[in-house]
Design a protein around this ligand. Sequence first.
Ligand SMILES: *[C@@H]1O[C@H](CO)[C@@H](O)[C@H](O)[C@H]1NC(C)=O
Ligand SMILES: *[C@@H]1O[C@H](CO)[C@@H](O)[C@H](O)[C@H]1NC(C)=O
Ligand SMILES: *[C@@H]1O[C@H](CO)[C@@H](O)[C@H](O)[C@H]1NC(C)=O
Ligand SMILES: *[C@@H]1O[C@H](CO)[C@@H](O)[C@H](O)[C@H]1NC(C)=O
Ligand SMILES: *[C@@H]1O[C@H](CO)[C@@H](O)[C@H](O)[C@H]1NC(C)=O
Length: 342
Amino acid sequence: MARSSHTRFLPLFLFLSVISPTTTTAMITVAARGFLLEATPLVVAMQDYYTASNGTFISDLPDLWQNRNVDLDAGAEVHVLHDAPGHADLRIVTTVAEVYYRIVANNASGTIHGPADLKGKRIGVVANTTSEYFAYRYLRDVAGLKDDEYTLVGASGGQGLCYSLPCGNGTLPKMLALGQIDALTAYEPTTELAAMTIGEKNAVMFRNDSLYRELSVMYTTQAKLDDPVTRKEIVRFLKALGKVQETFATEPTKVWDRVASITNRGMSVQLLERIWGLTRWSGGLPADMVDLLAEEDEYIARDKTLKRTAMTRERIASHIDSGPLAEVANKLDEGVNLRGLR
Ligand SMILES: *[C@@H]1O[C@H](CO)[C@@H](O)[C@H](O)[C@H]1NC(C)=O
Ligand SMILES: *[C@@H]1O[C@H](CO)[C@@H](O)[C@H](O)[C@H]1NC(C)=O
Ligand SMILES: *[C@@H]1O[C@H](CO)[C@@H](O)[C@H](O)[C@H]1NC(C)=O
Ligand SMILES: *[C@@H]1O[C@H](CO)[C@@H](O)[C@H](O)[C@H]1NC(C)=O
Ligand SMILES: *[C@@H]1O[C@H](CO)[C@@H](O)[C@H](O)[C@H]1NC(C)=O
């Protein structure tokens, strides 16, 4: 073996460190908020196609830069918009789900006839999330209201959410029933349970699917993608996720029990069935992703405390990498040795 020069030795050493022994102990760590419906296919992919020895699911807020072990984060696009300005290396690699929001208004007074009647109303939202953004977009674009013609009442974090009846004190549905707010929009099943709490005859639902939907995305860093071992695992995980998304989309009855148990908030299968149609498990990178992110970033950048302007379309596009998904498509026939995958 030639060791006559340093320059020949070094590349060989790097080569060995890449192919051995890491390839035999492939690992991946995925982080998402486990109680959200959108996180459930990730958990299923992890449980069915990995084992505890090589796959880890962290149920927490996205945390790519604080926890370097995390290879893939999953969360609503709003997290990406908050993280991207300070992290040029962030890369979105796929969509986990597309989620449609609804505003439910309490029409017990009989005065809500159409969207314009939301004028002057107090609207409950999950503060600073896609829920708040949907309320803003609907009230602006469909109801035709200016910011000062309604009041957003923000419930923070998990506080306002409800997963089963009866919805307790402090949840948005209970606030709606008590008249502390007039309408609300939140992650499901909270909106659905709000309608059930005030009674179907009082509940008016406002919805516009072409206006906006949340994109729950998976993202990583350029450094992770540049590492051949990590990149290979990311591609394998995306392949497994694709299989799970297909099942979620085409055979939902097979997964409802499991989804209910993964979210672990006491959600019934009957409730899941009622709200299932609000989430699409199509995956991939939607053609309008840059448009959606660019428009939403205008809203986020309005927050003066962030001291920044909205990102350009070019900057946003630089955060989307279709390479790993293309590799999944190219490797359909290659054995990747994952249990259950063909
Ligand atoms: C995880 O480990 C199991 C057994 O330990 C193995 O069969 C499987 O192929 C591994 N998966 C990955 C993605 O490395
Ligand atoms: C709200 O209630 C009034 C009175 O019952 C009814 O006329 C109206 O149609 C209701 N609004 C909607 C959007 O159903
Ligand atoms: C969102 O956060 C900002 C501060 O970052 C705050 O001013 C605003 O009131 C919050 N929105 C809601 C609906 O609570
Ligand atoms: C909810 O609030 C009501 C009224 O303030 C109170 O009587 C009741 O005990 C509270 N319930 C719980 C479970 O805290
Ligand atoms: C839904 O939103 C789209 C996009 O803003 C708009 O063109 C359309 O008129 C809206 N539809 C309804 C029923 O409000």
